[in-house]
Design a binder for this molecule. Structure first.
Ligand code: SF4
Length: 275
């Protein structure tokens, strides 16, 4: 059996650093994590993953589930500091984290680099101003473009997350977003179709009829077109659809969810009910 080439140790910081909630988001619901982890928990999790890792490639610690660079600076340094011993003794190669486009500037990126952060994933979601506004994102498309420019300029690896199907979205707007993302030349992309998750403002919008979830077949077709746009230029789409877990599935109210969503898009499975 081939040995795994990359270990990513996920540390969830649910809503950490988020100044407000985007209408679609419930990190606590989909991850099952409610509190910010303590430093002991961070260290224990890293030790636990490393103790069972039999692969050969890059080992990274990833801070996901919030806006890392929106955390209080002392807390950022504490989390990043907890990984430094593992980097110093060669057991961890680098750190990656996700954050919002408007929480990036040159000083922030230099600071992250000084702690061994090599990859930043930006929750862009859409490059349509209307979609961003209706989704309560609180940043502009220009913020996302500027953040990518700063990160690339300082030698950081950049990933972009896109969410087709948000309020106000359309096939045309999602394709435009994919084209804009492609032109920014990220190192990789993640595509997360919008789902209606329990205890979010989007749930209320769905229930009062102001948001209509996309059908699975529509979303599969759209994501196929988005995938082709990235494939044509060699940009890796590392994820399509949320990772299926019990917590996630218990939180989904409605929307284009399938456990093997990427397989549907790549034609390895057939969407039920499609012609
Ligand atoms: S989508 Fe990102 S920025 Fe928005 S509330 Fe969720 S974690 Fe925070």
């Amino acid at each position: 059996m081939a040995r795994k080439k990359q270990l990513i140790i996920p540390i969830f910081i649910p809503f950490g650093g988020c100044q407000h909630k985007c209408v679609f988001c419930n990190q606590e619901g989909i991850t099952g994590e409610v509190e910010l982890p303590t430093i002991d928990e961070v260290v224990e999790k890293i030790e636990s993953y490393l103790s069972t890792w039999k692969g050969v490639g890059r080992r990274e610690v990833a801070f996901y589930g919030g806006s890392f660079t929106g955390l209080d600076l002392t807390l950022q340094d504490t989390y990043l500091g907890a990984v430094q011993g593992f980097i110093a003794d060669g057991r961890i190669d680098s750190i990656r984290l996700s954050t919002r486009p408007d929480y990036i500037n040159e000083d922030i990126v230099r600071h992250l680099k000084s702690f061994g952060v090599k990859v930043v994933e930006l929750g862009v979601q859409s490059f349509s101003e209307e979609v961003l506004r209706l989704s309560g994102r609180g940043h502009s498309a220009e913020d996302a473009e500027l953040a990518v420019e700063i990160l690339r300029g300082l030698g950081m690896e950049v990933g972009l997350q896109l969410m087709p199907g948000l309020p106000g979205d359309s096939v045309e707007r999602s394709i435009e977003s994919a084209l804009t993302a492609r032109d920014l030349k990220p190192d990789f992309v993640r595509i997360y179709p919008t789902l209606v998750i329990k205890d979010t403002p989007l749930e209320g919008m769905y229930k009062d009829g102001t948001y209509v979830p996309w059908k699975l077949i529509e979303m599969v077709k759209l994501c196929r077109r988005m995938l082709d746009i990235f494939n044509e230029t060699g940009i890796k789409v590392v994820k399509m659809g949320l990772h299926p877990t019990k917590d996630l599935e218990a939180s989904i109210i409605e929307g284009p969810y399938h456990r093997a969503f990427k397989d549907l898009v790549e034609g390895r499975q057939v969407v039920e009910g499609s012609p």
